[in-house]
Ligand binder design. Structure first.
Ligand code: ZN
Length: 268
């Protein structure tokens, strides 16, 4: 774990694998995984106090780390996070659900001087804030995702005005005038050179998966061992050894439903 910023360190947070899990002479060789973050540094003798966002980031990257660490595949190339882009955020995003739960917050979120456990009123505020502006946030994200797919489903060379193209496609998609795509064509570098070509929708699809998968934990208990070990065996250990939907259905017993995401974001 490499938590705090220092000179020469890149910004942001990510999980990285120095060596993926592999099999050598039929024996499992464990991977070497690292979580890299840029959390608020401690000042003087005080402990490093993390913001709620940083805590969520930690759980997120830890989910990627579990995907790498628990991997148990025959081929190195299919180990851990070597899965399709629209599936890779499931193990990480599902972990972000735990620090939102009162039972979990009460385990660790204590005042650093008095030891007072986080009050319920504050937990309610955190949960309510998560629903703020979600209609706009999801609207602008989906607009960009649709625009990305529109560009990448062209079958002929095209010379035209991207601003006009965007306008037409967004009207067709039913985007209201008070929302614009999160990234407009002229600076949407993720989809032209950033590796997300036709895959910008991945995060929201991972959210559909994570909220649906977490609804099983909500139903059976967020610390339910049976559900947790099914998630581990069917998803975390399997890497990219089967189609993502096949792995998901083995855990869930069916395809994901969008309802838990709509509920979580307050849209339904
Ligand atoms: Zn991630």
């Amino acid at each position: 774990m490499d938590f705090h910023p220092r000179e020469s360190k890149r910004g942001g947070a990510w999980m990285t694998s120095f060596s993926d899990q592999k099999m050598v002479d039929g024996k499992r060789v464990p991977p070497v995984i690292s979580i890299v973050c840029n959390f608020t540094k401690a000042v003087g003798d005080a402990p490093a106090l993390l913001t709620f966002d940083e805590v969520s980031t930690y759980f997120h990257e830890f989910g990627h780390a579990l995907h790498g660490l628990l991997s148990n595949t025959r081929y190195n190339s299919q180990a851990g996070t070597n899965v399709p882009t629209d599936f890779v955020e499931l193990p990480s995003m599902i972990m972000e659900n735990w620090p939102n739960q009162p039972e979990v917050l009460k385990m660790f979120a204590k005042h650093h001087k008095t030891g007072e456990v986080i009050p319920t009123a504050l937990i309610d505020k955190i949960q309510n804030a998560a629903k703020y502006g979600q209609g706009f946030a999801k609207g602008e994200y989906l607009a960009s995702s649709i625009l990305d797919l529109d560009y990448h489903s062209m079958t002929k060379n095209w010379e035209g005005d991207p601003v006009q193209f965007e306008k037409e496609k967004m009207t067709k998609a039913g985007l209201i005038s008070s929302i614009i795509p999160r990234h407009s064509s002229t600076y949407f570098n993720h989809i032209f050179a950033g590796g997300y070509s036709s895959g910008y929708y991945s995060y929201v699809w991972s959210e559909v998966l994570d909220s649906d998968a977490f609804s099983v934990f909500k139903e059976k208990g967020i610390f339910d061992k049976e559900t947790a070990s099914s998630f581990r065996k069917n998803i975390l250990e399997k890497g990219g050894t089967a189609e993502a939907m096949t792995l998901y259905k083995r855990f869930r017993g069916g395809e994901p439903d969008i309802k838990p995401l709509l509920k979580r974001t307050g849209l339904q």
